[in-house]
Write a protein that binds this ligand. Structure first.
Ligand code: PEP
Ligand code: MG
Length: 553
């Protein structure tokens, strides 16, 4: 048995086989094709080879697991032979003059999104099959067909590091835990793991080699430990703990707290909303009994693609959120590309200091055509439910006024075109010290504030949130940050607007009483944190706490 240590991102226990993650970007690089016709032939040959593989798998499965279970390979065969899929791949090869690998990957992405957006659950599940057949095709095209083991059960995914765009594309049903060698606690990858509710460790001292593949692992993320090839006693201990955890804690919380109010013993209420990055997360929002969505990080729509999402694609996604959530408010943040969330096709200049560079609203204001497309989609979707729009990385009143002007142009255009749109609330993120300090002035320009404590902490403490080596200097309860939050809440309320916290600090149970005492109106947290926070809120007496607390900040 080997024991390695990492930093706990999201507590929990997971037992399963290790699967070493291979970077997607090696799989489908875009290359210019000198002879597109030859690429089409390569694609057709690969399809033929894939069909033969599937036939073999079907026969084997038929013998080993019976007809019903073997049927999946029949479905894959039908998908491979589907005329629309084939036409789409060949079209991309011809129109873009690209290699077959790229065309397959891009077609698969489009089909996956299409299936995922479908209402019928069975059809939605087919997205995983599309991924499967495209992986098979890619493996054949790249001559690595033996590499693809069929996963019989979810795994513990071991990776050097994962970009946010890679994390968001993981199939959570196939993953018991995430373990990375690099990565920091406040990185977007860590945030996503929390949103997905997957036990995760980052900065782990585990060797990343192929020999780990297939070994048994136990992740005890609360303790920051991963055991490889655990002995019998360790296995039995964690198996028991896992069973107790599954039966006890979460089930009990779910049963007793769903549908209840987030109200303290002395009658103060607060909204508990969810942070999401993808339509897939909506399920967890509903399961977690969130009062709404406090932060939809829309940049992930951009990160998942290799070209700009169209207005129509975005509209479909935002409308799906609005319709699923009904009267419950969903705050969609305009894209926060930049810093660690880089998107190649934006063609941004390389920056010395991307966290202090052209990020988020700065891109939107300097490239209004990108911004307007997103605003059009958001305003149109707001006609279908209770959407609100949130603008990130604000530092000045001037920026907010410029946004308002662009919004007016967009609305006028929609009116001219006879396209319906709603009247969403428009708020700003308070995540720079500048915004916090002038929050009295900004409050007159916005319908609400959402405090982004991740960036606020990074910029207040001059401490790169991506740098794991700085964790020891990062006091997440730093008095400067807490004072700023209190100031922002006061200024928001003086101006008569509501204020929420959507950064990771909002989910920190050590601060729940403090935030209640400050009068924060909404905490937006990973979906899995809502019920535990509801429990804590319902057990708190805020007036009593205010009377007795000794402020250390
Ligand atoms: C934040 O900065 O706290 C925030 C919520 O935004 P992000 O983590 O996406 O930068
Ligand atoms: Mg931020």
């Amino acid at each position: 048995m080997w024991i390695y240590h990492g930093k706990n991102v999201f507590g929990g226990i997971a037992i399963g086989r290790i699967s070493v993650y291979k970077k997607m970007e090696n799989r489908a690089k875009r290359e210019q094709a000198q002879n597109p016709e030859a690429e089409v032939l390569r694609y057709r040959d690969a399809t033929q080879a894939a069909l033969e593989q599937l036939e073999g798998l079907y026969e084997k499965a038929l013998q080993e697991v019976g007809e019903a279970n073997a049927a999946i390979f029949e479905i894959h065969r039908m998908m491979l032979e589907d005329g629309d899929f084939q036409e789409a791949v060949e079209n991309i090869i011809h129109t873009l003059s690209v290699n077959a690998e790229y065309a397959v990957a891009r077609t698969a992405d489009n089909f996956v999104r299409m299936f995922q957006a479908m209402e019928d659950e069975y059809m939605r599940d087919r997205a995983a099959d599309i991924k499967d057949i495209s992986e098979r095709l890619l493996a054949i095209l790249q001559g690595r067909e033996e590499e693809r083991p069929q996963r019989k059960e979810p795994v513990i995914l071991l990776a050097d590091d994962l970009a946010p765009s890679e994390t968001i594309q993981l199939d959570t049903n196939q993953i018991r835990a995430l373990v990375t060698v690099r990565g920091s606690l406040n990185s977007h990858t860590a945030i996503l793991a929390r949103t997905m509710g997957i036990p995760a460790l980052v900065g782990t001292d585990i060797p990343l080699d192929g020999a780990m593949d297939g070994k048994t692992g136990i992740v005890d993320s609360a303790e920051g430990v991963i055991y490889i090839d655990p002995d019998q006693e360790t296995c039995a201990r964690f198996q028991k703990a896992l069973e107790e955890m599954e039966e006890g804690h979460s089930m009990e919380l779910l049963q007793t707290l769903k549908g209840k109010e987030n109200i303290t013993l002395d009658g103060q209420s607060i909204q508990l909303h969810a942070n999401i990055g993808n339509l897939k997360d909506l399920n967890m929002v509903l399961q977690g009994d969130a009062g709404g969505i406090g932060l939809f990080r829309s940049e992930f729509i951009y990160l998942e693609r290799d070209s700009f999402p169209t207005e129509e694609e975005q509209f479909q996604i935002y409308r799906a959120v609005a319709q699923t959530m009904g009267r419950k408010r969903s705050v969609i943040r305009t894209m926060d590309i930049g810093a660690d969330k880089q998107c190649g096709y934006f063609g941004m200049e390389k920056e010395e200091n991307p966290a202090l560079g052209c990020r988020a609203i700065r891109i939107c204001l300097t490239r209004p055509e990108i911004f307007k497309t997103q605003l059009r989609a958001l305003f149109r979707a707001s006609a279908y439910g209770n959407l609100a729009i949130l603008y990130p990385m604000i530092t000045s009143v001037k920026e907010v006024r410029r946004i308002r002007e662009i919004v007016e142009e967009v609305k006028a255009q929609l009116t001219d075109q006879g396209l319906p749109y709603g009247n969403p609330e428009q708020g700003i993120m308070i995540e720079t010290p500048a915004a916090a300090v002038i929050s009295d002035l900004l409050a007159r320009e916005a319908d609400f504030f959402s405090i982004g404590t991740n960036d606020l902490t990074q910029y207040m403490l001059a401490l790169d949130r991506q740098n794991p080596g700085l964790d020891e200097f990062c006091d997440i309860h730093h008095p400067a940050v807490l004072r700023m939050i209190e100031l922002v809440v006061r200024n928001a309320h003086r101006a008569g607007i509501w204020v929420g916290i959507c950064g990771e600090l909002g989910a920190d149970p050590e601060l729940t009483r403090e935030f209640l005492a400050m009068g924060v109106d909404e905490l937006s947290v990973p979906p899995g944190r809502i019920l535990p926070l509801r429990k804590a809120i319902r057990e708190t007496d805020v007036s009593e706490y205010k009377r007795t607390r000794e402020k250390s900040w």
